[in-house]
Design a protein around this ligand. Structure first.
Ligand code: CMP
Length: 140
């Protein structure tokens, strides 16, 4: 299985509820390694840039409003099949449809307040990691 990196964001709804440690434990217990991590607050325009691919969607404004409403914790996760493994641990986008025991099912409130973001492909992981981190900040 390939060793991959993926970008994870612990979203404002989870940071406000002080869930960072619980979420990190889920990631580490599943075998992923947090090789970079920082807490920051996105500006509205940074959130819009990150989610540019969703600009035409009806939920774009609310999504960017939420993502810039409070701090986030951005992380680079590393491990075997990290992209798909992280998506498994997160669960479906809508917490109501996520498997029991996944992060979104256990901590999420709604499709918008769904606790975490994870890259959906190795190619996007590369782009998303570069959005937040310089090479110097990623310690393998
Ligand atoms: P995320 O993995 O961060 O990627 C885009 C986000 O948009 C997604 O998680 C959800 O929080 C949000 N999203 C996706 N679909 C919808 C929807 N139909 N309504 C509201 N928000 C959505």
């Amino acid at each position: 299985m390939p060793i991959q990196k993926t970008l994870s964001i612990i979203k404002p709804d989870a940071v406000v509820k002080n869930l960072t440690g619980k979420i990190n434990a889920r990631l580490e217990d599943a075998g992923l390694r947090i090789i970079a991590q920082k807490r920051l607050q996105l500006t509205r325009s940074q959130a819009e840039k990150f989610y540019e691919v969703h600009r035409e969607k009806a939920f774009f404004d609310d999504l960017c409003e939420h993502m810039s409403s409070a701090p986030v914790v951005v992380q680079v996760l590393c491990g075997e099949n990290a992209v798909s493994k992280n998506r498994e641990i997160m669960g479906a986008t809508n917490p109501a449809n996520a498997e029991i025991g996944t992060i979104r099912r256990d901590f999420g409130q709604s499709i918008e307040h769904n606790v975490v973001h994870g890259s959906d492909s190795p190619e996007n992981a590369d782009i998303e990691i570069k959005f937040f981190f310089s090479q110097l900040e990623i310690i393998e």
